[in-house]
Design a protein around this ligand. Structure first.
Ligand SMILES: *Cc1c(COP(=O)(O)O)cnc(C)c1O
Length: 366
């Protein structure tokens, strides 16, 4: 059985370094708001090229805290609208509605699976305050047009960079393209912790300061509270592990690129639509490798029977979820088609060439 993602193998690739760090952190007696978090924040800011990085508890909180920060700063207020792709993972949307902001769904582009930038302007109203772009599946979504639209309408660009750490657009890393970015270090992400973890990057010093306080009970100074904040801190243990793994992210993303390149070149099956390569290799870190077919269930069962584990990212579009009942009658045909047809093949930095070959051969016989 070829696993969809062999997390054990991924982490054991750095066994010695990680175990040393874990032991050192355990023995230090300091588990929150210490040197490991500080060091990782500096390392992440440096890697992304942003002025500030803030460790938080998870990716959803990273996005929630960015929007909450803008609310505390008076840049956004409850009832304001935030544009977001209709086919994103639900966390992007939850972060908006949790803050009393209104998510406005925009259809994706079927060739990139990312928000269709040409459909953004028609959704902008006097209440629109931001665009939450999602570099879905690890692929960058950005353009001069997007930047100009945001400038012209005074909108903040917030990046959901949960799936695309290490990707670049014309030499600039995701997480440094917009005004602020949220990262998830959920174990299965390209940079994964040993549990929940997340981060925010930004060049906006005031936003960074606000988020730091918000994530720590609304306090910058012990027992002095300026906001009604939350508890969303990154653990020392997780920061220590992430600090080790961040050193290898480029090499690991490159291995993902090699595998994606082989899939695209060698999978030859008229019933299966492969993802399109971006203009530059740097624009994709292949968090997941998506194929599309009208016969998804058949393909998934066939692959399972032939020892290849697959997943669906994602089976139900956000607007069809019970959690957002008020949207259930809305129609987003492109998004719906994607949710009906996509299937994710195994891809990871620890897959062997033989495993890739086997998957290609099995798919070509479908
Ligand atoms: C994983 C993910 C999140 C949420 O991250 P968590 O760390 O699980 O809270 C948000 N957005 C996207 C696109 C994700 O893939």
């Amino acid at each position: 059985m070829i696993k969809f993602l062999d997390l054990q193998k991924i982490n054991l690739a750095h066994q010695q370094e990680i175990e040393e760090k874990l032991l050192q952190t355990f023995r230090s007696g300091w588990y929150l708001m210490g040197n490991e978090v500080k060091a990782f924040e500096e390392q992440l800011a440096d890697y992304i090229g942003a002025k500030q990085a803030i460790g938080v508890a998870n990716g959803l909180d990273a996005l929630r805290l960015i929007l909450r920060g803008y609310i505390e700063m008076g840049i956004m207020q409850k009832g304001d609208e935030i544009l977001v792709p209709a086919n994103t993972y639900i966390a992007s949307i939850l972060a908006i509605s949790d803050n009393g902001l209104v998510p406005v769904l925009v259809e994706p582009d079927l060739s990139t699976y990312n928000i269709d930038i040409s459909k953004i302007e028609e959704k902008i109203t006097s209440k629109t305050k931001g665009i939450l772009i999602v570099h879905l599946y690890g692929r960058v979504v950005f353009s001069e047009t997007l930047k100009n639209l945001a400038t012209a309408h005074g909108l903040k660009i917030i990046e959901d960079n949960a799936q695309a750490i290490g990707a670049e657009w014309i030499g600039v890393k995701t997480g440094n393209l917009g005004d602020a970015a949220g990262f998830s270090f959920y174990p299965g992400k390209n940079l994964g912790a040993l549990g929940d973890a997340g981060g925010v990057t930004t060049n906006d010093e005031e936003l960074a300061k606000t988020i730091r306080a918000l994530a720590n009970y609304g306090s910058n100074q012990k027992y002095v509270n300026i906001y009604q904040g939350l508890n969303s801190r990154l653990d020392e243990i997780q920061a220590a592990v992430l600090g080790v793994k961040l050193k290898y992210i480029d090499a690991e993303n490159n291995r993902r690129r090699e595998i994606a390149k082989r899939y695209i070149k060698e999978i030859k099956n008229p019933n299966i639509i492969l993802p399109e390569n971006p203009e530059s290799e740097a624009e994709h870190v292949w968090h997941v490798f998506i194929v599309r077919t009208a016969e998804r269930e058949k393909l998934q069962n066939y692959l399972t029977e032939n020892g290849v584990q697959t997943l669906i990212h994602y089976p139900i579009p956000p607007h069809k979820q019970e959690a957002y009942k008020e949207w259930n009658n809305l129609s987003f045909p492109i998004s719906e088609k994607i949710h009906e047809e996509v299937l994710s093949l195994p891809i990871s930095p620890v897959m062997s060439d033989d495993e890739v070959t086997e998957i290609i051969q099995v798919i070509n016989k479908f």
